[in-house]
Design a protein around this ligand. Structure first.
Ligand SMILES: NC(=O)c1ccc[n+]([C@@H]2O[C@H](COP(=O)([O-])OP(=O)(O)OC[C@H]3O[C@@H](n4cnc5c(N)ncnc54)[C@H](O)[C@@H]3O)[C@@H](O)[C@H]2O)c1
Length: 328
């Protein structure tokens, strides 16, 4: 099989690539397990930590450019994981960029899939930022999508397109609504949720972190391990299992900033911990307050998607995978 991961130089794309290499196979469109021969990681940035494996190649290009996307999703592509995106705060600050990458870029991916001789399987990463305003706690399968950011609106629109291209038989798509994936390695990014990782990652590495929201602020969280397992699970499901909706809400554990800080202390071991400096920023707090505090989906559970049991599981996973190098 030939698998394409757009946004493949990013956080989740890299982790997904490593897990696909470890498994070595995926279910093909015919529903049978097939060996993964090639993984193409498409991104406009070079990877900070390249994956070194003869099955992997990097291709540089802009998802907003239809020609580049057609070149990467070329004949022979069996599966596409479409992850390339401009994240929330950046899409909010730069409307045109968000539209070009998150909406037009997705359309480019869908059209490239449609042009293939065989409709590929496609897994798209949407977000619980497609919900907003006065929300039930937790958000469930019954909650209406009412995005209150441009990023959320672009992701919601893209979900509907994935559904319609699937209904037309142009591809076999699945869209996952991801909660905040934490703990992210590396440096803070431009997501309004970036503090969710900073306040655990930096202290565990002896550095101070600024938290731009109050300690009581709660977020719906999922670990990278569970996220990657969900992306692969979404790919493996037969189309018949999905029914009329191609979108699936993933489970997000409700964790406050204070509970994240406490979990870091429980798992620090002999590490010298950095401090958290609480400095609420009204603009970030406003965006984050409009997002779900937790998500629960009976449909996802019935389809075999699993969330994390506790913030301790999430922190332990980060220490093992990133600080002790188990994820490479
Ligand atoms: N990480 C989270 O908490 C979270 C939550 C909800 C949804 N998501 C979605 O999951 C996906 C992956 O998230 P991530 O955390 O790995 O993000 P990331 O920023 O680490 O990765 C996204 C990648 O897309 C690439 N990209 C951006 N613009 C591009 C362009 N014009 N052309 C080609 N590539 C481009 C970036 O260079 C980056 O490597 C995204 O679609 C994101 O919206 C993530």
């Amino acid at each position: 099989m030939h698998v394409v991961i757009t946004g493949g130089a990013g956080f989740i794309g890299r982790r997904l690539c490593l897990e696909l290499l470890r498994r070595g196979q995926l279910t093909s469109g015919a529903g049978l397990p097939a060996r993964i021969e090639h993984i193409t990681l498409f991104d406009h940035l070079p990877p900070a930590r390249p994956v070194k494996d003869p099955r992997v190649r990097y291709l540089a290009g802009d998802i907003g450019d239809p020609g580049s996307v057609r070149d990467v999703i070329a004949a022979g592509t069996d599966s596409v994981f479409h992850l390339a995106a401009v994240v929330s705060a950046e899409a909010e600050a730069n409307f045109d960029l968000g539209m070009r990458v998150n909406l037009d870029g997705t359309r480019n991916v869908l059209e490239a899939c449609r042009a293939l001789p065989r409709p590929p399987r496609l897994v798209f990463t949407s977000s619980i930022a497609t919900y907003g305003g006065k929300l039930p706690d937790p958000v469930t399968d019954e909650t209406l999508q009412t995005p209150l950011t441009s990023y959320g609106a672009q992701k919601a629109a893209a979900e509907f397109l994935v559904g319609d291209y699937s209904r037309k038989g142009f591809l076999d798509g699945r869209a996952l609504r991801l909660p905040t994936i934490t703990v992210r390695p590396g440096k803070p990014n431009r997501a309004a949720s970036t503090w969710v990782s900073s306040i655990m990652r930096e202290p565990l590495q002896g550095e101070d972190a600024v938290c731009p929201v109050t300690p009581e602020t709660r977020m719906a969280c999922l670990s990278p391990r569970r996220c990657v397992a969900a992306l692969i699970r979404a790919h493996e499901l037969p189309a018949e299992a999905l029914g009329i909706s191609r979108s699936i809400l993933l489970p997000g554990l409700s964790v406050s900033a204070r509970e994240m800080a406490d979990a870091v202390h429980r798992h620090a071991g002999n590490r010298r911990l950095g401090r958290i400096i609480w400095e609420p920023d009204p603009a970030i707090q406003r965006i984050v307050d409009g997002w779900p505090k937790a998500s629960r989906s009976a449909r996802a559970a019935a389809l075999g998607f699993e969330g994390d049991a506790s913030i301790d599981e999430i922190v332990r996973g980060f220490i093992e995978d990133e600080l002790e190098g188990q994820a490479q």
